[in-house]
Design a binder for this molecule. Structure first.
Ligand code: ATP
Ligand code: MG
Length: 408
């Protein structure tokens, strides 16, 4: 921020960092807002790059941190003609591009929630508050800036963000901000599946998954994110308990700073529809393992149209599910070998969750607990599939591109 200021620009800390600092918490990351254009910011910081299509933002590396620097955004809805080159709305009002620059105040009013629109200046340690974010921090509420319905239509992901912040901060969603959500929740289905996957990680991997899940149900959002799960929840007795248990366990692990993976939560979320379908297919005469494979293929196949689950997560999910069948076998050779299998640990944890959630498995969990005690400990391998075949290789840029002079 001081480098930007020394060049005559404004620079403020904004977003989650200011909010979380004012609440006495630890910011997860830092966002900076400035009146310098992305190109100008990029030219001022060697360790930076311009990213993003919807919004062009600059990532500035600062040690191990990445600071997100955004240029003040302006309005464009009042005068669509003048700005049609920069901002575009699809027929249903969704913002496609949003690169109209504006003043600090414009920028504040373009942000989502009042508590996310506080600006901190390290020059004189002041906080700028154009939307009464400080008042809402006091009231502990998430309030949309402007007309909530219009803002959700512009960007339906804001509905998920409302729920995420409410769960994380233990805030209420202010009444008018909450009201349109159930009606507009269907709009999430039009969001690109890759963006929804990123949002899903933020919803469930931030240490507040269980609270988030409650709110997703409360505001009818879940049925548009995980439709097969939402249906199974109505039909299966233990489904909700199982999902909650998986989320609570992930939340606990995060609190204890243990490693976590979305594969486990996703395995729990999609287990109810998968086991339901698998039993149905089995009833049509297929062997259990084949039925399970077919069911997981179908359920995951449908799910990825909405939320793009990468293979490095969906592969371990399938393995956990298939392992549930293998764990049914208590006798014979191979039983001890299963304990040494790389997926045993995750599959066994999953089995315990199923029992914990009320499913009667005739003491199967206890059987495997005892068997393990008589054997060397099972390997606790990371659940993510790091098989190099499955992952795109990370590209390393060797040479730095020659720096272009700033276009001004
Ligand atoms: P977190 O603690 O999860 O990082 P955050 O509030 O910093 O929370 P970010 O996703 O990092 O959230 O976004 C930074 C800021 O950018 C937000 O605080 C908000 O002001 C603004 N913002 C982000 N996404 C949107 C959006 N979809 N619509 C409007 N403003 C947004
Ligand atoms: Mg942030």
């Amino acid at each position: 921020m001081s480098r930007l200021r020394s060049q005559g620009y404004q620079a403020y800390l904004v977003g989650g960092a200011v909010r979380d600092l004012l609440l006495g918490g630890h910011p997860k990351d830092f966002d900076v807002a400035t009146d310098a254009t992305p190109e100008r910011v990029h030219s001022l910081f060697r360790n930076s790059r311009i990213i993003g299509r919807r919004f062009r933002i600059v990532h500035v590396r600062f040690g191990r941190e990445i600071i997100e620097v955004t240029t003040f955004r302006g309005h464009h809805d009042e005068e669509p003609d003048n700005n049609s080159r920069h901002a575009k709305q699809s027929d249903d009002g969704v913002l496609l591009r949003d690169n109209v620059y504006g003043s600090l105040e414009d920028d504040a009013l373009r942000r989502d929630f009042t508590v996310n629109a506080l600006y901190y200046s390290s020059e004189d340690f002041s906080v700028f508050d154009y939307a009464d974010g400080l008042g809402d921090l006091d009231k502990r509420q998430i309030r949309m800036i402007g007309d909530p319905e219009r803002r959700y239509r512009e960007d339906p992901v804001r509905m998920l963000r409302a729920v995420r912040f409410a769960a994380k901060l233990d805030f209420a969603i202010e009444e008018e901000t909450a009201a349109p959500i159930p009606e507009l929740a269907y709009m999430l289905e039009a969001i690109p599946a890759a963006r929804l996957f990123d949002e899903m990680l933020k919803l469930f991997m931030n240490g507040y998954a269980e609270a988030t899940f409650d709110l997703l149900l409360k505001y009818d959002l879940l049925e548009h994110l995980f439709p097969a799960t939402a249906t199974a929840l109505e039909e299966m007795e233990y489904a909700e308990n199982l999902i909650r248990a998986a989320m609570a366990s992930t939340d606990r692990r995060i609190a204890e700073e243990k490693p976590v993976t979305p594969a486990f939560i996703l395995a729990a979320l999609l287990w109810p529809p998968t086991i339901q379908l698998s039993r149905q297919i089995e009833g049509e005469g297929l062997a259990p393992m084949e039925a399970m494979r077919e069911a997981s293929q179908t359920i995951i196949g449908e799910q990825v149209h909405l939320i793009a689950i990468p293979r490095r997560f969906s592969t371990p999910m399938r393995e956990i599910w298939e392992f549930q069948l293998r764990l049914l076998k208590r006798k014979g050779k191979g039983v001890r070998g299963l304990v040494a299998h790389r997926r045993f640990r995750a599959a066994y944890d999953f089995l315990l969750l199923r029992e914990e959630s009320g499913e009667d498995l005739d003491g199967l969990g206890a059987f495997w607990t005892e068997l393990q005690e008589s054997l060397p400990p099972a390997p606790d391998v990371p659940l993510e599939d790091n098989d190099p075949e499955q992952q795109p290789r990370r590209r390393r840029r060797r040479r730095r591109r020659p720096r272009k002079p700033p276009p001004q």
